[in-house]
Design a protein around this ligand. Structure first.
Ligand code: NAI
Length: 300
């Protein structure tokens, strides 16, 4: 199996001053990529700014003989981040949307600012960076884009309504974008990581935080950004060195006869079949999903 290398490639990693982003940035650089280390340097709560977060990672990359430049903009200023890549390295090949914050609070106590800020950083920020890079990727007919979701978005999690929305929002964005990019060899995928970081140190015991190294997640990001990769539109759970792909699953379902009209009681009577995952199907597109529905139009 050939070595995964990024020589000549330029990678933007957002939120690369800490945790997972730092690990991704160091690894891309160690394998030949020129890296834009973006980090606003704020708190996990989304407050403040500090250039040292990005600077320290740039220093680390340079001391190891790699090439990197810092960018301190918020991801919501995506165009500035892409401009930093163009000014320093003249191109962009890889975008890793990783920056993130938390505003955990149960829904009844959530204020609008908790919702808005989490949306701004995760969804609008990932949009802004990717949207600014997209014309370049299209033009050169090459790109690799990673979005960062979360198990909290996939499964839901108490006190994380805003975060779950934002994280699955990134996956929704990624699934549609993967279809738009594929023909031009722009491959888009999503990871749902688990790692010890300042973000998880408030919810996980210290010994688990210590064990869950971000570097156990990063190899998947590099694999998906490899120029030899042909994976697109995927969602992967990854952490502690464990890797697994997820997909949608749909019950065989039931088509009720249309002739007499359908009552809630008819739906009740069919409930076992509607919710039975025996022989479940795994549609991969809107068209595949619609086939069963359209087929029932003949069921008069
Ligand atoms: P972290 O807090 O260690 O790193 C996040 C970085 O993003 C920080 O350096 C922060 O300054 C930066 N950042 C925050 N807002 C920014 C903005 N507006 N613009 C630019 N940079 C900004 O967190 P961690 O754990 O490394 O998380 C990385 C990503 O992985 C996040 O998107 C997070 O939601 C996601 N994630 C992490 C999990 C974990 O177990 N650590 C679990 C699921 C998802």
């Amino acid at each position: 199996m050939s070595e995964v290398r990024f020589d000549g490639r330029v990678a933007i990693v957002t939120g690369a001053g800490n945790g997972l982003g730092r690990s991704h940035a160091l690894s891309f650089a160690a394998r030949g990529a020129k890296v834009v280390v973006n980090d606003l340097g704020g708190s996990t709560f989304g407050e403040g700014a500090d250039k040292s977060a990005a600077d320290l990672v740039v220093d680390e990359i340079r001391s190891a003989g790699g090439e990197a430049v810092a960018n301190y903009d918020s991801v919501t200023d995506g165009a500035n981040i892409v401009q930093t890549a163009l000014d320093a390295f003249g191109r962009v090949d890889i975008v890793v949307n990783n920056a993130g914050i938390l505003r955990d609070v149960s829904f009844h106590k959530m204020v609008e600012a908790d919702w808005d800020l989490v949306y701004e950083v995760h969804v609008k920020g990932a949009f802004a960076v990717t949207h600014a890079a997209w014309p370049l990727l299209r033009e050169q007919q090459y790109g690799r884009v990673i979005f960062t979701a979360s198990a909290a978005g996939i499964y839901g999690n108490f006190g994380q309504v805003n975060y779950a929305m934002a994280k699955l929002g990134q996956h929704g964005m990624s699934q549609a974008l993967a279809q738009e990019g594929r023909k031009r060899n722009i491959l888009v995928n999503t990871i749902a990581p688990m790692a010890g970081s300042r973000m998880t140190e408030t919810v996980l015991p210290p010994e688990i935080v210590e064990q869950l190294k971000p570097r156990y997640v990063t190899p998947l990001v590099l694999k998906l950004c490899d120029e030899k990769s042909d994976e697109w539109g995927g969602l992967y759970e990854v952490g502690a060195g464990w890797f697994g792909k997820l997909r949608w699953e749909r019950a065989q379902g039931v088509g009720l006869p249309l002739g007499k009209g359908i009552s809630p009681e008819d739906v009740n009577a069919a409930w076992d079949k509607i919710t039975d995952f025996t022989d479940a199907t795994h549609p991969r597109s809107v068209n595949q999903g619609m086939m069963a529905l359209m087929g029932n139009l003949q069921n008069i």
